[in-house]
Write a protein that binds this ligand. Structure first.
Ligand SMILES: *[C@@H]1O[C@H](CO)[C@@H](O)[C@H](O)[C@H]1NC(C)=O
Ligand SMILES: *[C@@H]1O[C@H](CO)[C@@H](O)[C@H](O)[C@H]1NC(C)=O
Ligand SMILES: *[C@@H]1O[C@H](CO)[C@@H](O)[C@H](O)[C@H]1NC(C)=O
Ligand SMILES: *[C@@H]1O[C@H](CO)[C@@H](O)[C@H](O)[C@H]1NC(C)=O
Ligand SMILES: *[C@@H]1O[C@H](CO)[C@@H](O)[C@H](O)[C@H]1NC(C)=O
Ligand SMILES: *[C@@H]1O[C@H](CO)[C@@H](O)[C@H](O)[C@H]1NC(C)=O
Length: 453
């Protein structure tokens, strides 16, 4: 994996990367019955779609998030993207009955029979329809959404960076910068051999009725959160949306610059979207609470307290970490690695790359262990965003100022994630990989970069 070591850039560089974050989160519920698990393909680290027959305790959510984004202190490349889900390949043999299998949201009414489901669907006029094998004996070919290509699409972007001031941080709003080329906004991810449904905010909210979507991770998770807010509001001012941070303890502490996260609710659908800041996806505990410059135990094998406390309230969880795993940041934060509640002594883990890998495996494994108790939960781990510095790193003369879209390629055909830790951690678990690494690698033009503003 490239660029796993990210170095804090520092404020002296007022410039940030511009990024086009084009994230589509593809969420669906998969049945956790043994029957269905048996159908799970071996490569379950990839995003896949199943059009299946039986008890469709299904939920299909899609968020196509598209955002100009970046982070001030993070010279990260953030062209991230993930496709929407949808429908099996049209070429599927025997796929005669258009409406025979339905992937759609079921609001809590898991385990409907197919017939009931069809009925329900008509009643609710929900509309996800997937061609399926008419024999109904096999699921449709799974779609790997991380494979495909970037295509120019003039119906993009889904919102304007000028307009979405309510949710999009100014430092991440490319449209507020002086960059003059905007070709990077009109690009959409097209997965190979499968269709993606168009994102529509109203449809999305309807599917997410009464549901809570939680992003937990570093600033890249926050960008994803902001982007989704912009998409779900169409980038329009939305004074009706309620700040419900308090319900999650997300209030600004005394002397803090900002709270540890944000939570907003769409009154029209009672959908809650929240973000919680956890750069390491591990539990941080001050070693001496009365000391303002205390070190923190960084419990690599313990999920953030916030996640443990609120997991039961989440219907969708998207985790990410990565760019804070470097010696400089760990020291600057006064983090002391702990494993099993005591300072780490394992040499392999003491290496930053080892610690990161261990932590990602730990959190994914923990979330996986919680799935049986939280059957409504759809959990995703988002792979790392690649960096794009060429001819050196951020502090050694490198740059990432290409502005020509897709000049380094537009297609991804690999089956395996470029993010080793992410791919290996989700393997064999019920946590799905949101694999944006390789596809984002191709979006090096999406940075604010060196242009002075
Ligand atoms: C399925 O739907 C598509 C478009 O909605 C239509 O073109 C096609 O003819 C339909 N196929 C069948 C078998 O109904
Ligand atoms: C599928 O559903 C659509 C609308 O929901 C309907 O117009 C169409 O006739 C249906 N097709 C089949 C093959 O049942
Ligand atoms: C398809 O669904 C029917 C009705 O729920 C069920 O009886 C049958 O076993 C399912 N087929 C498969 C292959 O799962
Ligand atoms: C909103 O959704 C939550 C579940 O997320 C539910 O407990 C609550 O009753 C819903 N509120 C309304 C007004 O429907
Ligand atoms: C904790 O920090 C306070 C303030 O710096 C110090 O007085 C105290 O001795 C520390 N306690 C321990 C156990 O180190
Ligand atoms: C990553 O962590 C997992 C789980 O601890 C371990 O099995 C694997 O060997 C690690 N891989 C590397 C390259 O450290």
């Amino acid at each position: 994996m490239k660029g796993s070591f990210f170095i804090f850039r520092g404020k002296e560089l007022s410039l940030v990367l511009i990024v086009l974050v084009s994230i589509t989160i593809f969420l669906w519920a998969w049945d956790r019955t043994p029957l269905l698990s048996a159908f799970l393909p071996p490569k379950n680290q990839l995003l896949q779609l199943y059009a299946e027959n039986v008890t469709l305790s299904h939920q299909t959510i899609l968020l196509a998030v598209q955002t100009p984004a970046q982070k001030k202190e993070n010279p990260l490349s953030v062209a991230e993207g993930l496709p929407k889900h949808k429908q099996g390949p049209k070429s599927e043999k025997g796929s005669s009955a258009n409406n025979s299998t339905i992937l759609r949201e079921v609001r809590g009414d898991d385990k409907l029979t197919l017939g009931e489901k069809n009925l329900k669907q008509r009643e609710q006029s929900l509309d996800e329809i997937t061609p399926v094998d008419s024999t109904k004996t096999s699921r449709a070919k799974a779609c790997n959404y991380a494979k495909g290509k970037w295509v120019v699409d003039n119906t993009r972007p889904l919102y304007s960076g000028f307009g979405c001031k309510q949710w999009l941080s100014g430092m991440w709003a490319c449209r507020l910068m002086q960059r003059t080329d905007f070709a990077y906004e009109n690009i959409r991810w097209q997965p190979k051999d499968c269709q993606m449904e168009e994102f529509e905010a109203s449809k999305f909210l309807r599917r997410m009725q009464d549901k809570t979507i939680a992003f937990i991770g570093d600033s890249l998770g926050r960008q994803q959160f902001q982007s989704l807010m912009c998409m779900a509001t169409g980038g329009e001012e939305s004074p009706d949306i309620k700040d419900v941070g308090k319900e999650y303890g997300l209030v600004k502490a005394h002397g803090a610059i900002r709270p540890d996260g944000w939570a907003y609710r769409f009154p029209s659908s009672n959908t809650t979207i929240l973000y919680y800041w956890s750069a390491c996806l591990c539990d941080l505990e001050p070693l001496n609470i009365t000391n303002p410059t205390t070190e923190y135990a960084m419990h690599l094998d313990r999920p953030p307290a916030f996640l443990r406390q609120y997991l039961h309230k989440f219907d969708v969880l998207v985790l990410n970490t990565g760019h804070h795993w470097n010696r400089g940041k760990v020291q600057a934060n006064r983090w002391v690695m702990h494993v099993g509640g005591v300072p780490n002594t394992n040499r392999k883990i003491a290496e930053i790359a080892g610690a990161k890998n261990f932590t990602i495996h730990s959190i994914v494994s923990w979330v996986n262990s919680q799935l049986p108790e939280h059957p409504h939960l759809k959990a995703f781990y988002r792979s790392i965003s690649p960096r794009h510095f060429v001819n050196g790193d951020w502090n050694t003369g490198g740059s990432c100022d290409n502005t020509t879209p897709m000049s380094i390629g537009k297609e991804v055909l690999q089956d395996v994630s470029s993010d080793y830790s992410a791919g290996s951690a989700v393997k064999g678990t019920g946590v799905k990989l949101l694999d944006i690494t390789a596809i984002s690698q191709l979006r090096d033009e999406g940075h604010i970069s060196q242009v002075q503003y």
